[in-house]
Write a protein that binds this ligand. Sequence first.
Ligand SMILES: NC(=O)c1ccc[n+]([C@@H]2O[C@H](COP(=O)([O-])OP(=O)(O)OC[C@H]3O[C@@H](n4cnc5c(N)ncnc54)[C@H](OP(=O)(O)O)[C@@H]3O)[C@@H](O)[C@H]2O)c1
Length: 296
Amino acid sequence: MEGPRITLVGAGAAAWSLACGLRTAGLPVALWSRRAEAARDLAQRARATAPDGAGELRAVPELGDALAGADVVLLAVSDRAVGEVAARVAAALAGGHRPAVLHTSGYHGVEPLAPARAAGCAVGGLHPLRPLVADVATDWAGGWFAVVGDEAAAARARELADRLGAHVLALAPGERAKHAYHAGAALLSNGAVGLFDAALACLARAGLGRDEARAALADLLAANVEHLRRLPPERALTGPAARGADRVVAGHLEALGDDAEVARLYRAVTEYLLGLARASGRLGEDGAADVRRVLS
Ligand SMILES: NC(=O)c1ccc[n+]([C@@H]2O[C@H](COP(=O)([O-])OP(=O)(O)OC[C@H]3O[C@@H](n4cnc5c(N)ncnc54)[C@H](OP(=O)(O)O)[C@@H]3O)[C@@H](O)[C@H]2O)c1
């Protein structure tokens, strides 16, 4: 299948997940990383996972060679390295060859890509709204990418998302909008992991083994995710905060005993949930005040 030729830069978790996905989508990928052995190793592992008919994936030791013929350069490097790597890419482009240059950062707008823009490339961002972990397969179909950038670069970004079978979120322009988007993504994606860990600590106090507790809590979380697909948060919310059950909240805090960190987290989350229950009209001011007294 014909498609854009991609140069993927980086050899971490995002590069791994995108290399596997783009290859499976039948797109040719040249992979470059500052440590040639890391790119070679990633390409080898990714090739082992892809089905027949997948696109060609080559690790290329020299950046200039990796960029040759590329339609899109995708920078999957650490947020703080995007500017430096964009400058290296701009310097390594041959003659009048000017591919679109995209980064995968959720935090940055196009600003760190200034060196590539100054060299005449269209620039943008293609942020996978997914937690990506090296060597764990990502099913991109039905996923979401946030796209920012110049029209030509954003069109390339949308094309890649489309080839991966994913949806596109078009963000409002500007750094602040991108930062707000990323705050939401981090709060939910990373926050859920933190809450999960804190809940594991609570279940350990109930005498449960870690593996069993993990399985049970993962199922609980998945049930909430299913509700949230169908209902707005104020209707999906269950539990003591939504009911104004002050004695239950007091019992929870007592049971947490000397675990000050989990208790602090519990208080902050319950405070937020009271606001949600109040705003939706499910909880009266008196009920909320009773719970707040227990929290303070
Ligand atoms: N992981 C996720 O869940 C996820 C999800 C969406 C978006 N992203 C975004 O994807 C990007 C990469 O994240 P990641 O999770 O893949 O990080 P990572 O696993 O830490 O990998 C970072 C990569 O950047 C390279 N790098 C760092 N500094 C560099 C420099 N100065 N010059 C050249 N290469 C450099 C590293 O090379 P070395 O190995 O040589 O250090 C490594 O290949 C970030 O912008 C991140 O925000 C990540």
